[in-house]
Design a protein around this ligand. Structure first.
Ligand SMILES: Cc1ncc(COP(=O)(O)O)c(C=O)c1O
Length: 464
């Protein structure tokens, strides 16, 4: 069970944590002992006035930073008008405007539609429902180490046993799992170059041994795994999935809840999948335009987290014929596309355009990559520095030759030491041994350097 780690003299935080321990179940994780009072851009101040550099960004939900003035002003204005009607009861234009903005980010001329929900998990659930309804098939394939959320269907999709799944069965039926290419930990005898082919072959084997492609409604994949440990799949993997989906009329759901909104230096991480030619696909394919000359496209894309600057909002964006297939009332909910969340999302889109956050993401990526690569050379505790754009990570090991994961206790100590020195950073990975960066893309250069200096000084103490 995660327990708040408090290491400094902080009476107000201590009192708040004591109250938390009394009234909040310990199954609600506490990744740090920070009790926040206020926040601005990439800095938090706790209730005792201590300052923290934020490399966690509310678990990747704050790519535009804390309390961006445009977000704050939009929220204040909307709060004085109306806070809720339920979009189903009395609609408002901002909901459709958010959908329009989301659709404009998908590089295709094929008609798209979007629907709004509250959390990433809820959007994933709805993407699966839509795929099943459209195809009239029931099976869904997810991938090893995947994370799609904590609802029953999502945790069935998740590829992580400990903490998430253990003890929570029985799980939802008709979910199957195929291996995800994890280049740093490729199966014995498989070189990183062979990994894409190996994983695609394993998927085809699953289609022979467990479930036929004709019964498979959807594949759901993270283009860069988030909670799994910022695993960037080996090259060509996503394109391979796209082609297999095309060949079998299976819906490709791309989950960009963590990797989206500029985190990887492009608006969506799937856009990194390189230029491919639309050729050699089955004439029976229902998705003839899904592999464009520019790269791959999802049939359904799931977004959340940074969509609304920390306000609860998620979305499914996808091919209009899939989105429109289910009857009225089949998807949605009381709060989905809440008006406050919608105005925050519209402010986020404006900030992306006006402040060129994609450019900023690439600058952050360059700085963090250079520092992390240097940490890998310098510190034995760093097994691998990896990532895509500003979605960067360090996989920590007790021995770089054997790649033995650093123990969760040691990783916890590193995170607690960072916290003591004023840096908030999160772990990830199936071994809980990956440090990941989800700082706001608006972070000031100086603050970024300061945070990286803290991390370096802590890692120094944990390396032989
Ligand atoms: C890729 C991915 N999908 C889905 C989710 C679930 O989102 P939420 O916690 O908003 O339900 C997450 C959360 O971390 C995620 O990283």
């Amino acid at each position: 069970m995660e327990r708040p780690l408090t290491t400094q003299s902080n009476p107000l935080a201590q009192a708040a944590l004591k109250k938390r321990a009394q009234f909040v179940p310990s199954s609600v994780a506490a990744y740090s002992g920070v009790v926040v009072d206020r926040a601005e851009n990439s800095t938090l101040w706790d209730v005792d006035g201590k300052k923290y550099i934020d490399f966690a960004g509310g678990i990747g939900a704050l790519n535009v930073g804390h309390c961006h003035p445009k977000v704050v002003s939009a929220l204040q204005k909307q709060a004085g008008k109306f806070t809720h009607t339920s979009f189903h009861v009395a609609s408002y234009p901002d909901y459709a405007s958010v959908c329009e903005k989301l659709i404009q980010t998908i590089p295709t001329s094929h008609p798209q539609k979007a629907a709004l929900f509250n959390s990433g998990a809820e959007a994933v659930e709805n993407a699966v429902k839509l795929a099943r309804f459209f195809t009239r098939r029931s099976a869904v394939i997810s991938f090893g180490y995947a994370f799609h959320g904590r609802t029953l269907l999502c945790l069935t999709l998740d590829g992580r046993e400990k903490v998430l799944k253990s003890g929570f069965g029985p799980f939802a039926p008709e979910i199957y799992r195929a291996p995800f290419p994890y280049p740093y930990r490729a199966p014995l005898g498989i070189t990183p170059d062979e990994l894409t082919e190996y994983c695609l072959e394993e998927l085809k084997r699953l289609w022979r041994s467990e479930i036929s492609p004709e019964q498979t409604a959807a594949l759901i994949v993270e283009p860069v795994q988030g909670e799994g440990g910022f695993i960037v799949p080996s090259s060509g993997f996503l394109k391979g999935l796209r082609e297999l989906c095309d060949a079998h009329g299976t819906i490709l759901i791309i989950d960009e809840v963590q990797s989206g909104f500029g985190r990887t230096g492009k608006f969506w991480a799937f856009e990194h999948e390189g230029a491919v030619k639309a050729q050699g696909r089955s004439s029976a394919s229902r998705f003839r335009k899904s592999v464009s000359d520019e790269g791959i496209l999802p049939d359904l894309l799931v977004a959340g987290k940074s969509l609304a600057a920390g306000m609860p909002l998620s979305a499914v964006i996808g091919r209009a014929e899939i989105m429109d297939a289910a009857p009225s009332g089949a998807i949605g909910g009381t709060y989905g596309g809440n008006p406050l969340s919608c105005v925050a999302a519209l402010a986020v889109f404006e900030i992306f355009e006006k402040e060129d956050l994609l450019k900023k993401a690439n600058l952050i990526a360059k700085t963090v990559k250079a520092r992390f690569d240097a940490f890998q050379k310098k510190f034995s505790v760093v097994g691998e520095s990896r990532g895509l754009g500003a979605m960067r990570a360090l996989e920590l090991v007790s021995n770089p030759k054997t790649k033995t994961p650093l123990s969760p206790d040691q990783v916890k100590k590193i995170i607690a030491e960072c916290e003591k020195k004023g840096l908030l950073i999160l772990k990830a990975g199936i071994f809980d041994n990956v440090l990941r960066t989800l700082m706001p893309l608006t972070i000031e250069e100086k603050t970024l350097a300061e945070g990286l200096d803290i991390l370096e000084s802590v890692l120094e103490g944990f390396s032989s």
